[in-house]
Design a protein around this ligand. Structure first.
Ligand SMILES: Cc1cc2nc3c(=O)[nH]c(=O)nc-3n(C[C@H](O)[C@H](O)[C@H](O)COP(=O)(O)OP(=O)(O)OC[C@H]3O[C@@H](n4cnc5c(N)ncnc54)[C@H](O)[C@@H]3O)c2cc1C
Length: 399
């Protein structure tokens, strides 16, 4: 039996951040079913929302989230999030995250559907790899014990803490005990896409397995059946190992969506919920381009974006276009299942009714309601991962 003060499960943005904050008292381990950092977080592309300093900017940020969510939010969770994004990102920048900057040194801030002012900061189209690289470095340089290829198959309360059943890298089944456990095993979008036979941007994962075990412990859910589609899933990758998408920040350029007759389908600078519903509706009315295998899509006019801009600001998309020999051309896109909006209902710091059990990241609901604004996924995981990690540390110190 291995024994720790705090165990963090998962090594996406939430898990790595939780581990960094939980580790300050020592005796912390991070368990993850693949290599450290393999996650949905590392897939993040377009950027994240970072409000400008000042009360007015924060108020607008909060209003945008609530409006986009159709007011179906946990208001306390939104407040905590809005108040903590800037300091969390200051930490990341201090640890070496290099966000894109204007010539004068300010961060480049772009717009996206549903934003009342430009607020999306970026690392070209690779915010996820950049963030995970920085967090991994901090974790690897710390005293945190890293157990890779270690899958948690179950957990339960026991005297003085929690007990985890795990499958280790060599296939050995073991039990691990900890005074506190922070579970950050992400959303269940991949499993939902498999269940519905729909295309998804999420790489294959087992996130749903521990989600189901935690649900069986009686932890309540909020909006668990709310999922989000990303409007610009690349039809060419539909059904491949990982469905790719063009980041929504492409709408900062003069792109349009065209139907099968190359008619403009209307304003695309609207939030994801509205835009994807419009696309589904028009597809049902027969206006999508239909191609083999039941796939369909609308033309995204990437030909309206200078190739040099694509190459510089969207290198991942550019490489994808190069591989399919479509640089400079329009491409077919369709909404791909993307993000789990709902999840578990927790206390403000991720606490649950089980003493010592904390949850954070995409597996927790309440922040996004009906519709997550672009760029509030990875920050949700960073902010609430840090908060849950600190709460677990304080819980252990006080127990
Ligand atoms: C293609 C794509 C693009 C995106 N772009 C953006 C963007 O531009 N901006 C933005 O804000 N958000 C974006 N997102 C969303 C964002 O990346 C994620 O929602 C967020 O980072 C989730 O972080 P997480 O730590 O909660 O979960 P994840 O990153 O999913 O991490 C879960 C971790 O738990 C591990 N795990 C799961 N089950 C077990 C188990 N039983 N035992 C041990 N380990 C386990 C996994 O291996 C993984 O390490 C994007 C997502 C995708 C897929």
């Amino acid at each position: 039996m291995l024994d720790y003060s705090i165990v963090v499960v998962g090594s996406g943005a939430a898990g790595l951040m939780a581990a960094i904050h939980a580790a300050k008292g020592g005796g912390c381990a991070v368990l993850t079913d693949g290599p450290l950092g393999r996650s949905n977080s590392i897939m993040a592309q377009g950027g994240l929302q970072l409000p400008r300093p000042g009360a007015a900017a924060l108020r607008l940020f909060e209003e945008d989230i609530c409006r986009s969510a159709r007011d179906e939010v946990d208001a306390a969770r939104v407040k905590t999030f809005v108040e903590n994004v800037a300091s969390t990102m200051e930490d990341l920048v201090g640890w070496g995250l290099e966000l894109d900057r204007e010539a004068g040194g300010d961060f480049v801030r772009r717009s996206a559907g549903g934003l009342s002012e430009p607020r999306v900061v970026s690392v070209r189209d690779q915010i996820g790899p950049a963030i995970v690289k920085v967090l991994r470095k901090i974790v690897e340089q710390s005293s945190i014990e890293i157990l890779e290829h270690t899958k948690v198959v179950d957990l339960r309360a026991c005297a003085g803490g929690l007990e985890l059943d795990v499958l280790m890298r060599d296939g050995d089944a073991k039990q691990i005990r900890a005074k506190a456990v922070v579970v950050c095993t992400g959303g269940t979008t991949y499993a939902e896409a498999q269940r519905k036979s729909q295309p998804t941007t999420n790489p294959a994962n087992i996130n749903h397995e521990l989600f189901e075990r935690i649900r069986a412990l009686g932890i309540p859910l909020i909006q668990a059946d709310y999922y989000q589609y990303q409007p610009f899933g690349v039809v060419d990758t539909w059904g491949k190992d990982v469905g790719r998408c063009v980041p929504e920040s492409i709408t900062n350029y003069p792109v349009r969506l065209l139907d099968r007759d190359r008619q403009d389908i209307g304003e695309i600078r609207r939030d994801r919920y509205e835009l994807t519903n419009l696309m589904f509706d028009l597809a049902d009315k027969g206006r999508a381009v239909e191609i083999a295998g039941g796939r369909r899509g609308f033309w995204l006019t990437l030909s309206d974006v200078p190739v040099e801009t694509l190459e510089t600001n969207f290198p991942k998309v550019y490489r994808l276009l190069q591989r399919s020999d479509t640089v400079g051309q329009d491409i077919l896109v369709y909404p791909f299942l993307h993000y789990h909006l709902g999840g578990f209902r927790t206390g403000p710091a991720g606490s649950t009714a089980i003493p010592g059990l904390y949850l954070a990241g995409e597996m927790v609901g309440g922040l996004h309601g009906r519709n997550r604004l672009m760029g509030n996924g990875i920050t949700d995981s960073l902010v609430h991962g840090a908060i849950a990690g600190r709460a677990a540390r304080e819980y252990v110190a006080g127990s």
